[in-house]
Design a binder for this molecule. Structure first.
Ligand SMILES: [Zn+2]
Length: 258
């Protein structure tokens, strides 16, 4: 069984003291392929260092996170383009719109998102979307590209069944993480109704640890709890969840998994 964590920030300093151990834990729990979404120009170097150290296990993305969109965002996007010329990346991400914390740069966030969609199309890469308090806005933008090559994932999906169906109709995947294990999240009822072919697994570590580790620092090994919960909801084996979601991740990110 191979499990893929399609969204981990293990390069962040939250893991500086025990990163090797955290990687070992992941491998010991069959999580041997891990995608690394970028945040901004300050995170690229530590992110790529991990990829150099473990080229068969870590797969880098490049992009500008919506909460890092400030007045200098055009410079940040130039930096993204420079990196795209220098290294191989597996996705543009994470990008999107986040109106939960701060709406100051809302227009810049929208512009940065659209520019990163164009980059994804130009480089034939999937796009990893962070949507927080912005689903309809994002959906309206992405649906304009419905007949293009644009593909990707709505990462950390927490919406209702209608939103899930909208995402699926765009040909996008749902990134399902720890929230599916939370009591009263309602996400369990949604995931129960979605075909496994539309789901990929993610931790978003160090954030959003699943039950029974809720509240603690999250890590890729915890994918196992998310896979178990989905297996239970779908009334299939965890092997089946692993097989299908790994296949989905492999296809969307074009990564080699033996
Ligand atoms: Zn993230």
């Amino acid at each position: 069984m191979i499990l893929v964590d399609t969204h981990s920030h293990i390069y962040l300093n939250e893991f500086d003291n025990d990163r090797e151990q955290v990687i070992k834990n992941a491998f010991n729990n069959n999580v041997t392929k891990i995608l690394l979404p970028n945040i901004d120009s300050s995170s690229v170097v530590p992110l790529l260092k991990l990829v150099k150290d473990y080229p068969y296990n870590f797969f880098p993305m490049i992009g500008l996170h919506p909460t890092s969109v400030k007045s200098n965002y055009l410079e940040e996007l130039e930096n993204v383009e420079l990196w795209l010329k220098k290294e191989k990346f597996y996705a543009i991400g994470e990008t999107g719109i986040d109106l939960y914390w701060d709406k100051t740069f809302k227009n810049q966030q929208i512009d940065a998102f659209e520019k990163q969609i164009e980059l994804a199309i130009k480089h034939d890469l999937p796009v990893v979307i962070h949507a927080r308090n912005s689903f309809e806005m994002i959906y309206d933008i992405v649906k304009n590209y419905k007949n293009s090559k644009l593909r990707g994932v709505f990462h950390c999906f927490t919406g209702d069944i209608e939103q899930a169906e909208k995402i699926i109709s765009l040909g996008f995947k749902l990134g399902i993480g720890g929230i599916v294990t939370f009591k009263n999240s309602g996400l369990d009822n949604v995931v129960q109704k979605i075909d496994l072919k539309n789901i990929i697994l993610e931790t978003d570590s160090p954030y959003l640890s699943p039950a029974p580790k809720r509240g603690k620092r999250n890590e890729s090994a915890n994918i196992i709890y998310i896979a178990e919960k989905i297996a239970q909801l779908q009334n299939v084996t965890i092997n089946k969840v692993a097989e299908e979601t790994t296949q989905n991740a492999k296809e969307i990110f074009n990564i080699k998994i033996p």
